[in-house]
Structures are given as C-alpha cells and as structure tokens.
Design a protein around this ligand. Structure first.
Ligand code: AP5
Ligand code: MG
Ligand code: ZN
Length: 221
C-alpha cells in the first residue's frame, strides 16, 4: 500500500495518516515531522529547517528531497508507506517520480483532502501536540481527556511554533502558490481522488478507507 495524502496545512493529513498507519501497519512518512525531530535534536538539518518553518516558508527542495531519498532507501519503508506533506513543489513531485521508479513502486492512491481556508485556521490554531509521543489533538474538535495531557502517554501538550495565526496565514499562502499547482499534475495520475475533508475525523477516515478498499490496496481493509 503506497499512499500519498495531499492537502493544505491543517487539512488533516497527519491525523488521517496516523489512523491509517495504525490500522494497516504501514509507516507514516511526514517531512514536517522529520524536520521537527531534527529541530528537537538540534542537528544542522534542524537548524536550517527551523529558519524556514518559523516563517511559514518551504525548506529548500534540495534539502527536502535529500531527506525523502534517505527515508525511502530504508527497507522498512519499501513495503508500503503513507506519505504526508511531500511533494510540495513540482521539483519534489518530479523527484518522487524518479525515486518510485528506482524502487519499481507505483502509488496506489493519491488522496487530496479539501478544506476551506477559514476552517484550516480554526483547526491549526486549536491544534495541540504531545511533546513525548507526537500525538495530535485539537482543543475543541479532538480534546484530550485531561486538559494539556496526552491520553496515550501522559506527556505534556504544546503548540507548534509555526501554528500562530500570522505564520498559519503565510503557510496557506505558500500552499496556494507552490503546492496547489500539483493538483493538476496529480489529477492526471490514474489514482487521484479528491476528498471532502470538512466532516469529522471519523467520517473522513471512513471515506478514506472506502476509497482504499475500492482500490483494494490492503488486506486489512
Ligand atoms: P507540515 O508539518 O507538513 O505542516 P502542514 O503541511 O502545514 O500541515 P499540518 O501538519 O499543519 O496539517 P495536517 O494536514 O497534517 O493537519 P492535522 O492532521 O495536524 O510542515 C511544516 C513545515 O515544514 C512547512 O511549513 C515547511 O516549512 C516544512 N516542510 C514540510 N514538508 C516540506 C516539504 N515537502 N517541502 C518543503 N518544506 C516542507 O490537523 C490539524 C488540526 O485539525 C489538528 O488539531 C487535528 O486534531 C484537527 N483535525 C484534523 N482533522 C479534523 C477534522 N476532520 N475535523 C476537525 N478537526 C480536525
Ligand atoms: Mg501534519
Ligand atoms: Zn503522548
């Protein structure tokens, strides 16, 4: 099962990728998560990425393509994956095509999650993340049982540095300019499906499972 989840910031890519990864036992590969891990570890990559992330800009293609190349070179990522947040530019899409061809892999589904701008801002500004395990919550839409504490591991919840309203607006602008044009690129791909992402988390997940089962991508569906 090789799946690409597309959509603007806050559309629910990470939330749905986590649910799918859990259900199907396939790795969730998120360039945003990889950059945040590098920032946390204080590596050179993290220092470089942080400069761009904090202002809502994209990290340069050469860097981003490099980390995806490294990730897809790992055996555990070659049996299937859910790709979230990559590609985001035409150069990245071309690089992904090349990497998939090298691995003799074809994408089984390209799912583009659509959510309007005002709702994206509500979702992102209410998002809270566990410092320890990375689990994703929303103050209103998906609250933890105890305020500020992760249900899964008891870790402390925090707000991403780039989730403040001015940076969010910039990220949406950058999405519209640089990433949205990829819809045309992927709509020519036989496996492209547009999905209404405005419903609740469970409904959107059910709709994704229905798409995947119509494509018979995995025995567990
Ligand atoms: P990245 O981490 O990928 O952020 P993003 O694309 O901006 O997307 P988000 O993670 O904000 O949103 P999401 O779609 O995952 O939504 P989520 O499920 O969390 O990238 C961050 C930065 O890293 C970039 O700005 C860039 O600098 C850099 N970067 C990353 N990849 C790059 C690349 N390829 N090239 C260059 N630079 C790159 O949901 C959001 C909230 O809504 C959560 O609180 C959730 O609980 C809630 N929610 C989710 N679904 C629903 C629902 N159906 N109903 C109600 N609430 C919901
Ligand atoms: Mg995400
Ligand atoms: Zn946790």
């Amino acid at each position: 099962m090789f799946i690409l989840l597309m959509g603007p910031p806050g559309a629910g890519k990470g939330t749905q990728a986590d649910l799918l990864a859990e259900k199907c036992g396939v790795p969730h590969i998120s360039t945003g998560d990889m950059f945040r891990a590098a920032v946390k570890a204080g590596t050179e990559l993290g220092k470089e990425a942080k400069r761009y992330m904090d202002t809502g800009q994209l990290v340069p293609d050469a860097v981003t393509i490099g980390i995806i190349r490294e990730s897809l070179s790992k055996k555990e990522n070659q049996k299937g994956f859910i790709l979230d947040g990559f590609p985001r530019t035409k150069e990245q899409a071309a690089a992904l095509d090349g990497l998939l061809a090298e691995l003799s892999v074809k994408l089984d589904a390209v799912i583009d999650i659509h959510v309007p701008g005002t709702e994206l801002i509500n979702r992102i500004t209410g998002r809270r993340i566990c410092k320890a395990c990375g689990a994703n919550y929303h103050a209103l839409y998906n609250p933890p049982r105890a305020d500020g504490i992760c249900d899964k591991c008891g870790g402390v919840l925090y707000q991403r540095d780039d989730d403040r309203e001015t940076t969010v607006k910039k990220r949406i602008e950058v999405y519209n300019e640089q990433t949205k044009p990829l819809i045309e690129y992927y709509s020519r791909h036989g496996q492209y499906t547009e999905l209404d992402g405005t419903k609740g988390i469970k409904e959107v997940f059910a709709a994704i499972l229905a798409i995947l089962s119509s494509k018979k991508t995995h025995d567990n569906l």
